[in-house]
Design a protein around this ligand. Structure first.
Ligand code: G6P
Length: 612
């Protein structure tokens, strides 16, 4: 939520910041702004996307070789011009951008008002600028850095901050607690960003700040310290991202590019991990913890959104293949319950971004109780990836479309590999079955390719259902989570109300909604429940519901019952979500495009939810 970019160096900062903000726009796009320092602070900001800010800057440029920028997902204060970042102190000498929430902003604001400060905005962020100035102006010999430090000690909440002061035009001060921030080290220039994408193409040397750290960033260097002023030596990481990976590559939308990237993304995820000849799975990230995992009493899986859906598939996988009891938790609920966790439990968090605030909090809760903490993340070096005891990267490459696609299929691929590995270790999966699954998994990228080859028929079908007001998605076992995921995709990007349900559960409520206007997407790709699914289809048809079937190419009975069908190649039941999810992604994409929706940046959403 919210993206931050900063630059200090030898080039005009404005273009670099704008380009960086565009790459971070997936984090929020309610408003955008920049502050450049060139003697005085020059600020341009306003409601709307980064492109709007870019046009403003073209008409009236901001000059300066030091600056900060922000793209906002509104939490406190309406998404309007005034509440856009950067925010300034009363004198106008301090400007800052913020990602996070200042929870005690109300009491701080009251105190500052009592001291005579007046506020321009409804945001929590403005309070920080004012507080720093209050301390700076009224303390004895307090430097800008000390004022920031003292202010942050009073602040409760989460922040990634980048701050400028006109008195110290050679530095940007940044600080992190709960919201990601990294530094890019260039040659005579430094970059600041919420994630690595704005830095790609400028430098591949990065430092990830941890919670409770701040940095004083100059054009020719940086110092990292704790908020308590203890100097730190940070590891410099090499970025492996390329520009190609963060561009659309000829596709009209990132989402479509990412859907079509799935054969490659899943292949990358499996690469070097599957050995088809000797029927084994190798997950280097789990080597040191596999014995503890195999001896666990229980696996708790936590995540949000699409990652939670992948976790539900994981529940079926681990129980079936490794006979390990699993609980799947919404990360946001888990953290505020009084969960019973012991040292014999293993917590597995799943997160594409590795930054989701609730998932991170669930992870920390489990760690506090002594559970082993594992992660399945996509973003290398993300907070969750660094905070877990061990884990497996999905290697999907950057996912920029707000609606997750390749993140889901690669997460499920990792979970399948983990479940096979664990099943082998616990002796719960027989040799032949394991060999068959490994062979089949290896063939999944090719099978996804075959489904994508039929995208035109999904597109034609989408035209017929573009204006349906509601959709119902039904699945059983492994494909119940896929039904949830299909419905989520449609809601997210086309704003059509959709519900995912276990097919049999339909009789306990949703069946009342079915009439001739209701498209019902039936995911019928699991063999041992096929007969039951056929009965459910009949029940829908008897009430004139319109059946769209996602089913095996050989499943003639279902194909004959359906008004439309998307045949998918045959595979093992437990691998079917890797295939059945693809037509559902395409269906939601084409419907959203037909409805004129902003596919990559749907209203009110953000890709990385770093606030609770
Ligand atoms: C947001 C995104 C979803 C994503 C969820 C969890 O809601 O819009 O696409 O599934 O966050 O994100 P994570 O990065 O933890 O997987």
């Amino acid at each position: 939520m919210c993206g931050i970019v900063g630059y200090i160096g030898k080039q005009q900062a404005s273009d670099i910041i704008i380009e960086g903000l565009k790459r971070l726009e997936y984090r929020g796009y309610d408003s955008a702004g920049v502050a450049l320092l060139n003697g005085t602070l020059d600020i341009k900001k306003g409601k709307g996307k980064v492109q709007r800010l870019k046009s403003k800057l073209a008409a009236s440029p901001c000059r300066g070789m030091i600056g900060i920028g922000h793209t906002r997902w509104a939490t406190h204060g309406a998404p309007n011009d005034i509440n856009s970042h950067p925010h300034v102190s009363q004198s106008g000498n301090i400007a800052l951008v913020h990602n996070g929430i200042i929870e005690n902003y109300g009491s701080l604001k009251k105190e500052l008002k009592n001291k005579g400060r007046s506020f321009q905005t409804d945001t929590d962020t403005e309070v920080v600028a004012q507080l720093i100035e209050e301390i700076y102006e009224n303390g004895e010999n307090v430097s800008f850095e000390q004022a920031v430090r003292l202010a942050l000690k009073q602040v409760v909440g989460t922040y990634g901050l980048a701050i400028l002061h006109t008195d110290e035009p050679d530095r940007i001060i940044v600080a992190r607690k709960g919201s990601p921030l990294l530094l890019g080290i260039g040659d005579g220039e430094m970059f600041i960003a919420s994630d690595a994408s704005p830095i790609v193409g400028h430098t591949n040397k990065v430092i990830y700040l941890d919670d409770g750290e701040m940095a004083i960033v100059r054009k020719d260097g940086y110092e990292v310290k704790t908020i308590e002023d203890i100097p730190l030596t940070k590891k410099v990481h090499e970025l492996a991202l390329s520009l190609d990976e963060i561009e659309k590559g000829g596709y009209p939308h990132f989402m479509l590019k990412e859907i079509f990237e799935q054969p490659r993304a899943v292949a990358d995820c499996l690469r070097g991990r599957l050995n088809v000849e000797n029927h084994s799975v190798q997950l280097g990230g789990l080597t040191d913890v596999i014995d503890r995992l195999a001896a666990a009493d229980r696996l708790i899986i936590a995540g949000c959104g699409t990652s939670w859906h992948a976790g539900l598939v994981g529940e079926y996988l681990f129980e079936h293949l490794a006979r390990l009891p699993v609980e799947v938790e919404y990360a946001s609920e888990f953290r505020y319950r009084e969960p019973l966790i012991s040292e014999d439990d293993v917590m597995l968090v799943i997160s594409q971004s590795g930054e989701t605030a609730d998932t991170l909090a669930a992870l920390r809760t489990a760690k506090e109780h002594g559970a082993l903490a594992l992660g399945v993340c996509n973003v290398v070096g993300s907070t969750i990836a660094r905070d877990t005891d061990a884990g497996v990267y999905t290697h999907a490459g950057p996912e920029i479309g707000v609606a997750s696609t390749k993140a889901f299929t690669t997460q499920v691929s990792v979970l399948v590999m983990m479940a096979i590995l664990l099943g082998q270790k616990r002796g719960t999966i027989d040799k032949e079955y394991a060999a068959r699954l490994i062979r089949e998994l290896n063939d999944i990228p090719g099978k996804i390719e075959k489904i994508l080859d039929q995208s035109d028929s999904v597109k034609r079908m989408a035209e017929l259902f573009t204006y349906a007001p509601n959709f119902l998605y039904l699945g059983r076992t492994y494909n119940f989570p896929v039904a949830l995921e299909g419905a989520l995709k449609l809601k997210e990007i086309s704003y059509i109300h959709a519900e995912g349900y276990p097919a049999a559960e339909m009789k306990h409520g949703p069946i009342a909604l079915i009439d001739a206007m209701m498209p019902v997407v039936v995911i019928a790709a699991t063999d041992h429940t096929n007969d039951k699914m056929i009965s459910n289809i009949e029940e829908v048809k008897a009430r004139k519901g319109r059946i769209i079937a996602i089913t095996g190419a050989e499943n003639k009975e279902v194909i004959d019952l359906a008004e439309f069908s998307c045949p998918i190649p045959e595979t093992e039941d437990c691998l079917s979500p890797l295939l059945t999810s693809i037509p559902l992604q395409l269906l939601s994409y084409y419907i959203a495009v037909n409805r004129g929706c902003d596919v990559d940046q749907p209203r009110n959403l953000a890709k990385s939810v770093t606030v609770e």
